[in-house]
Write a protein that binds this ligand. Structure first.
Ligand code: CA
Length: 228
């Protein structure tokens, strides 16, 4: 296999390069996130082994950029111990699997084989409500097949609503998941964001985003509306 290793720690990079070469693979090594992304986009690889903590551009951003460019090369992410949030973020960004450092080399090889076998398949986790389609891997949103450009906050808000289709999401939940715990954001700001999101996503009938007075917002399939 052609394998790209993106790892800034010299010893780890050398260990992986040597071990993989001994297994008969062709290995390229990049030392920074930027270099890794350039290499990954410049030539085809069967697998990318990607460290999360990297200079210039972290592994999460590298994965997101790759997927944005429709590059579906399988990514095996290497995360530091206790990097639980890295793992979730990494998989959300479009990584295929992860391995926590330190790891045994034979386990690394097994994971690598599993990830590469899955091949360059499109991300399966697509959210669909009516004709709105959200692809978490690529952070891409379309309605009726037409791409809708969203800011990161608008995207997070829509993803939150779509992951909870048919359920009321309180303003507090929106605040916490879109702006982060303990953020000092006025209710008007949330309203303004919902308004912006509606203008981009929900201008045509049937309307999907509904205000639940005094509580928050809900996104519903059109046939759920009649119950109201
Ligand atoms: Ca590192």
């Amino acid at each position: 296999m052609r394998i790209l290793v993106v790892e800034d720690e010299r010893r780890m990079a050398e260990l992986l390069r040597r071990g993989l070469t001994e297994e008969g693979h062709q290995v390229s090594v990049a030392r920074t996130g930027t270099e890794g992304l350039e290499l990954a986009l410049a030539s085809p690889f069967d697998v990318i082994v990607l460290d999360v903590m990297l200079p210039q551009m972290d592994g999460l951003t590298v994965t997101r950029r790759l997927r944005e460019k429709r590059n579906q090369t399988p990514v095996l992410m290497l995360t530091a111990r206790d990097g639980a949030s890295d793992i979730v973020a990494g998989l959300d960004c479009g990584a295929d699997d992860y391995l926590t450092k330190p790891f045994a080399f034979d386990i690394f090889l097994a994971r690598l084989r599993a990830v590469s076998r899955r091949g360059a398949i499109p991300r399966p986790a697509v959210l669909e409500v009516a004709d709105v389609r959200l692809e978490p891997g690529a952070r891409r949103v379309t309605r009726g097949g037409v791409e809708i450009p969203l800011t990161p906050r608008e995207y997070s808000l829509l993803e939150l609503l779509m992951r909870n289709t048919g359920r009321v999401i309180s303003r507090d939940s929106i605040l916490e998941s879109v702006w982060g715990h303990g953020s000092d954001v006025h209710e008007n700001t949330i309203e303004a964001f919902v308004r912006l999101l509606r203008l981009k996503v929900d201008t045509r009938e049937p309307k999907l985003i509904h205000t639940v007075r005094g509580i928050g917002y809900m996104l519903r399939e059109p046939d759920q509306v009649r119950e109201h």
